[in-house]
Design a protein around this ligand. Structure first.
Ligand SMILES: Cc1cc2nc3c(=O)[nH]c(=O)nc-3n(C[C@H](O)[C@H](O)[C@H](O)COP(=O)(O)O)c2cc1C
Length: 180
């Protein structure tokens, strides 16, 4: 059984993490969310959970397991129902599959279900310009917008002339699901 939303002292935020390089810094999003009074549970795609961020550090920070695999039918759900969902970073692959209604990872199934639950959903895409030009991607984003998904600014993650990368706006995801 899912623990119903609203039975917690704090609202519960699902942070869905995809396999983009910036995922290494997802701890910043988690810490900011906790500072904004969210309780956080992390759901990672299987690729993201396999080396894109420090799973043990995130588990220590949230006090909950990082989920990426389906539970067995007899197992209880480890997270309560969400009060909001953010997907950051959101990859080309996961955004396109989400828009198409594909639910072959726990992360995708969670995203596909979230709009139907009526909870606020924010996505911070992290997609190179060359991929973002694909028509399926552009159509997919329009479809997700039509479902009520709130998007941060496009972020291509390309290296700047000095060798660094522009700042990934983690806080924007939290602004997009603000409760006040
Ligand atoms: C080091 C590295 C960085 C990557 N960064 C990105 C990225 O910024 N955006 C993206 O869409 N895919 C990126 N990819 C490709 C994805 O990891 C790949 O498409 C993967 O299948 C996505 O799986 P997921 O959407 O289930 O997380 C990167 C791959 C590697 C190895």
């Amino acid at each position: 059984m899912t623990e119903p939303a609203g039975q917690h002292e704090k609202p519960f935020l699902y942070v869905v993490v995809c396999a983009a390089g910036v995922a290494a810094d997802v701890g910043r999003l988690i810490t900011s969310a906790q500072e904004r009074n969210w309780e956080v549970g992390v759901i990672a795609t299987p690729v993201a959970a396999n080396g894109f961020f420090d799973v043990a550090a995130v588990e220590a920070r949230t006090g909950r397991p990082v989920r990426s695999a389906w539970r067995t039918p007899g197992e209880p759900r480890p997270f309560p129902a969400p009060d909001a969902v953010v997907v950051a970073p959101a990859t080309f692959n996961t955004l396109n599959k989400w828009a198409a209604g594909i639910a072959d990872t726990l992360a995708l199934a969670t995203l596909c279900e979230a709009a139907g639950l009526g909870v606020p959903i924010a996505a911070l895409p992290c997609v190179a310009d060359a991929l973002a030009a694909h028509p399926a991607h552009r159509e997919g984003l329009a479809r997700l917008r039509g479902m009520g998904v709130r998007f941060g600014d496009p972020y291509a993650g390309e290296t700047e002339p000095g060798g660094g990368r522009p700042e990934f706006g983690w806080e924007r995801a939290l602004d997009l699901v603000r409760r006040d």
